[in-house]
Design a binder for this molecule. Structure first.
Ligand code: C5P
Length: 243
C-alpha cells in the first residue's frame, strides 16, 4: 500500500483512475486481471461498494492497486469523520466528502485523520457536475455554478482538504485560484475517438492535464473496451509524450 499525502508523491504516479462501475464480480475480475497497479489507479463507487462491501476494496488493495473510495460522504461532522477514518483503516489511497457538509464537517475529518498512522488523500466534491444552472439555483445557492464551485473549493481548502473533484473545464480556474498543489480530480474524460456515452462536455486526457487536472477518472472507454489494457496503454503513452 502506498502512503501519500500529496498528489505526485508515488514513484510511478499513474494519472488514470479507472472507474469500476460493475455489478458483477466476474466482470470486475476479468478487467482487473488485465490491469497493472503501475499503470492506473481504481475507483470504487457507490454501486460496487454497496453491492460487495469492504472485501472488494481490500481485494483490490491486496493486488497492489491504489483505490479511490468514491462514496461522497455527507453527514454530521462526527459521523463523516468516523467514516473517513474507517476508509483510512481499510487502506484506501483517496476518499471524498461533500464540501457542502461545511467547514466543521471537513475540519473534523482532517483532525480525525491526523490521528491515524496512514492518511489517504482527502478530497471534496463541490457541485455535482450533473446539476444544471437552474437546479443549482433551485437548491438555493446564489450565483452561477462556477461561483459556487469556486466558493466551495476555497472552503474545502480552508478546511484542510487536499483537493476537489471537478470538471476538467473548471481545472484551469481552480488551479489559478487554489494553487498548483491543490489536487484536482476530473471525470468526464474521453480519449480521442472514443464514444462520449452519457457524458455531455468531454475533455481528452492530455487536455485535462494541460488544464491543471492531477488525476483523470475514466470508466467506460476502458472498462467496456475489448482491449482495456491497450486503451489504457495508449492513454498513458499520450500522457508520457506531453511530459
Ligand atoms: O464511464 P465514465 O468515464 O463516464 O465514468 C466516469 C465515472 O466518474 C463514473 O464512475 C461516474 O459516476 C463518475 N463521475 C462522473 N461525472 C461526475 C462525477 C463523477 O462521470 N461529474
Amino acid at each position: 500500500m502506498s502512503s501519500m499525502l500529496s498528489p505526485g508523491d508515488k514513484a510511478a504516479d499513474p494519472k488514470v483512475i479507472v472507474a469500476l462501475d460493475f455489478d458483477h464480480l466476474s466482470a470486475l475480475d476479468a478487467l482487473i486481471d488485465q490491469l497493472e497497479p503501475g499503470s492506473c489507479r481504481l475507483k470504487v463507487g457507490k454501486e460496487l461498494f454497496t453491492t460487495f462491501g469492504p472485501p472488494v476494496v481490500e481485494r483490490l488493495i491486496q493486488k497492489g492497486f491504489d483505490v479511490f473510495l468514491d462514496l461522497k460522504f455527507h453527514d454530521i461532522p462526527n459521523t463523516t469523520a468516523q467514516a473517513v477514518r474507517a476508509a483510512a483503516r481499510m487502506g484506501v489511497w483517496m476518499v471524498n466528502v461533500h464540501a457542502s457538509g461545511g467547514r466543521a464537517m471537513m475540519s473534523r475529518c482532517r483532525e480525525v485523520l491526523a490521528g491515524e498512522s496512514y492518511q489517504p488523500l482527502l478530497i471534496a466534491v463541490t457541485v455535482l457536475t450533473s446539476l444544471s444552472a437552474s437546479e443549482v439555483s433551485e437548491i438555493g445557492y446564489p450565483g452561477t455554478p462556477d461561483d459556487v464551485v469556486s466558493h466551495l473549493a476555497r472552503l474545502a481548502q480552508d478546511s484542510g482538504m487536499d483537493g476537489v473533484v471537478c470538471s476538467a473545464r473548471e481545472a484551469e480556474r481552480l488551479k489559478a485560484e487554489r494553487g498548483a498543489r491543490f489536487c484536482l480530480v476530473t471525470p468526464g474524460i474521453r480519449p480521442v475517438g472514443s464514444a462520449t456515452n452519457d457524458q455531455v462536455r468531454v475533455v481528452t486526457p492530455v487536455d485535462a492535464l494541460r488544464q491543471g487536472s492531477h488525476y483523470l477518472v475514466i470508466g467506460r472507454p476502458i472498462t467496456q473496451s475489448k482491449e482495456p489494457a491497450a486503451v489504457l496503454a495508449e492513454i498513458n503513452r499520450q500522457i508520457q509524450l506531453m511530459c
